[in-house]
Structure formats: C-alpha cells, structure tokens
Design a protein. Sequence first.
Lengths: 145, 264
Amino acid sequence: MKAVVFHGIGDIRLEDVKEPRIKKTTDAIVALTASAICGTDLHMVRGTLSGMQKGTILGHEGVGVIEELGKGVRNLFPGDRVVIPSTIGAATVLIAGQAISRSVTKLIPTGPMPELRFSGARKAAGLLMACRRKRHAFHSQTWAW
Amino acid sequence: MGLVKLPEEVDDDQAILLSDIVPTAYMAAENAQIKPGNTIAVFGLGPVGQFCVACAKLFDVGRIITIDTIPSRLEMARAQGAEVIDFNAEDPIAAIKELTSGIGVDRVIDAVGVDANRPHSGPAAKPAAKKHAKEKEKVAPEANPKDGNWEPGDAPSIVLSWSVEAVAKAGTVSIIGVYSEVDSFPIGNAMEKNLTLTMGNCNHRRYIPHLLELVSSGSLNPAKILTQREPMTSVIEAYKAFDKRKPGWIKVKLEPAIETSLAA
C-alpha cells in the first residue's frame, strides 16, 4: 500500500507503508475512492506548523467505502459509502455550546487541547490512520492516504 | 461514530470537500456572527476562503468583499458574486474603507493564517515590508525551501493586522486560518474598537450532517471549486503545484484507484 509520508520539513515522499488493521474497537478501515490536498498539509511541509513527527502519513481528507469495522461501532455497516471527518470528534457532548466535542479529549492519546488540533498529524497521528488508509480490494496494487 | 454515511445523490467530488474544508468554512461563517444584510470581508481565497464566500451567503450576508492576489482565485470569488481586491494593486484597507464609506465591514473572516504573503507591489508593499520584516524567521526557523517549493509565507501575522483594521467598531473577526507559533495580535486596536474575536479549529463531524442536507437539497454545490483531479502516482507533483499556488490550482482531488484501474 502506498502513502505520502512526511520525512521532514521540505521532504515528503510517496512510498510503501504497512496495511492498516483494526486496533481499537471503534476503528474502521475505509477503502478510499477520493482524497485531497489541504493547505494544512502544506503548513507542515513548509515548517510553519511545527511538531510534525517523521514517518507520519500526510493527508486528512477522505471519502470511501467501509471495508472493516471494529466491534464497538454501532451505526454503520461494512460496504457503507462514507465521508471521513478530518478531525477526530463526535457530535455527542458539546462543551459550552462550542463545536468541540468532549469525547475528543478522551480519544486523543496525548490528552486534551491543543494537541488534538489536527488529526492525521502531529502527535495525534496514529489514531486516525486506520481510517485514512485505503486497501483497494480489486487491484493488486493498493494505495494509502 | 466519526464516519458519516453518504446519500447516493452526493457524489465523490462533492463529498471529499465535506471531509474538511466546507465544514471549516461553514464554522468560520457561523463564528463571524453574520446578521442578515451585513457586509463581510474574507481575507484569502484558497479553497477555504472560496467556501467562506459560499457559506456566508447561507447566513444571508448582504455584501462580500474578498482580498487575495492570485488572478484565478480572485476570478472565482468574483464569479461567486463577491467584490474583489488585489492586495498587490491596492492597499486593501484603503479599498475596504472606500467601499464602506470609511466605516469598515461588519464582519471579517481570516482564511489565510500563518503562511500569509505580504504585498510586494502597490501602495501596501512598503509599510508591510517594514512591519513584518523578521517575522518569517521567527515563525519557521527550520524552513527548508527547494526549487521554489515549501517556502513559508513572508508575513505570518499580516492578516491579523489587516482584519482588525478592516472591521468596523463593534464588529466581529472570525479566524479560521491556522496560526501555530504566531504570538503577535493587535490586541490594543481590537480592544479600542470593541471587537468580538472568534476562532478555532473545526470539529468537522459536528457540521457534516447539516452540510450533507444542504448538498442533497441543492442549496450548496461544493464541487464547483474542485479544479484538479490527479492520480496518486503524481501526488508529489500535485503537492508542489498546490504549494506554489499555480494559476488555477485551487483544490486538488486525489483519485487513488485511477492508475490501477487503467493497468488492470
């Protein structure tokens, strides 16, 4: 499976990476049919958003089809076509009427704000990667995002 | 809970834009506290800025003034019905004051953030060069530009200054641009003008269901700003083109399966 990998400021490469697997019961693996490049990705490559860890897969936008779901997911089926929100959050408990979910702080291994700021980036990197990666079922070559 | 199921009528071109930038822009417009008939200024006409224009309309904005310098981006905003200002041709603050009888706009959205470039020609160039002289080195000390790529913006806080100058007294500045290490903000001017400041990163999941309704019903068609489609094999080249803000490169969709489909 291929992915764009961050190797340092000004250094990104398309290369082979490991296939994703379900690690937590709330994980999903999505075969991407579309992704995109965001200005936020560029901040990291330009060095204007510090703290990006080497080896992190870049990109945080995705649309695709669910291949596999963890046992803790209650509202979707494998085969569903979905959009992947680019930040980690659930629209369950709102803090002070803001669009920040309290459950976000529970989900991020490095703790509460501001480390959660960009999913698929910085120290929160590992978490959404399972959602970000694509394994295309119909071709021998596979892609990741 | 994070993933959102897509209705059949929403295609991939539309859906990929709901992953990040449309909810981001929608939150910026919501944070701008637009009242029906308000005049708003949007700084920055990249993909998020373009959607700030589109989303401001959903809040019954009266008039939209936009500021950038790249012709294709100004053209797209103009096609959306916004009034456009090229900051390399005019002083954007003087132009906004002129367009609003000296009052300023009711609301401002900063859709630029840390990678802002200052004007290099026109009446705003000299004062901007003086004010933001050493900012870039401070904000991005480890920058590593190569062959014209990965160059940080040369005036990281310029849009924060412009936003506070452009807004009317008791107006609102909504910041959606990303400001990692920037610690300069014109708090004195903001306080003197009784401004409301709103900002933050979007929790996209919070907005996606509502935005899907708008796309399904035809109230919003985000695919209008998708300008490039690239297979994954040329992804690094696509990054470079988008980084250089090449003419016409507004938003890039990547299609992971294209190459392998052709090969099969």
